[in-house]
Design a protein around this ligand. Structure first.
Ligand SMILES: [Zn+2]
Length: 150
């Protein structure tokens, strides 16, 4: 266990929005997603390993599906929590209170969810490399070669 301590945990790296390649560099310039002017304020590439974030123009279009899936998953989670903690019945309005609360929650969390979607999306395409310092140059060459193909 202890020799893995230097390897950042996958889930934690996603939640703290770290670069998928090195899990150390930040994917966003500001830590606060609720500053809406800067919600998508990302560096062009990772400050730690040089991993580019927007892999190609329009790369982020697919994140709509991710944020949709996240919203659904979150709604299911709040539904279950509400059902267990508060309960629901067809004879009162508790179901509608859940629905209202859930909508408010989704709206409040939206900037954070949109950011998280980009992070998760990029994690699909970029593999973690613990030796990112050595692989740095190779990665840059790959990225350049990829661009030339288009
Ligand atoms: Zn990185």
């Amino acid at each position: 266990m202890s020799n893995k301590a230097s390897r950042p945990n996958l889930l934690w790296s996603i939640l703290t929005m770290k670069c998928p390649h090195c899990r150390r560099g930040n994917m966003y310039n500001s830590g606060n997603p609720w500053n809406l002017k800067k919600v998508f304020d990302m560096p062009e590439k990772c400050s730690e390993c040089g991993q580019p974030f927007e892999l190609e123009p329009g790369f982020w279009y697919g994140t709509g599906y991710v944020s949709y899936a996240l919203s659904v998953a979150l709604s299911v989670a709040t539904f279950v929590a509400w059902y267990v903690l508060i309960g629901m019945s067809v004879q009162d309005t508790r179901f509608f209170w859940w629905m209202g609360s859930n909508i408010v929650l989704l709206i409040v969390l939206q900037p954070w969810l949109m950011r998280l979607s980009r992070v998760i999306y990029l994690y699909f395409f970029v593999r973690y490399n613990p030796d990112y310092a050595d692989a740095h140059k190779e990665t840059e060459q790959d990225a350049t070669a990829h661009q030339h193909q288009h």
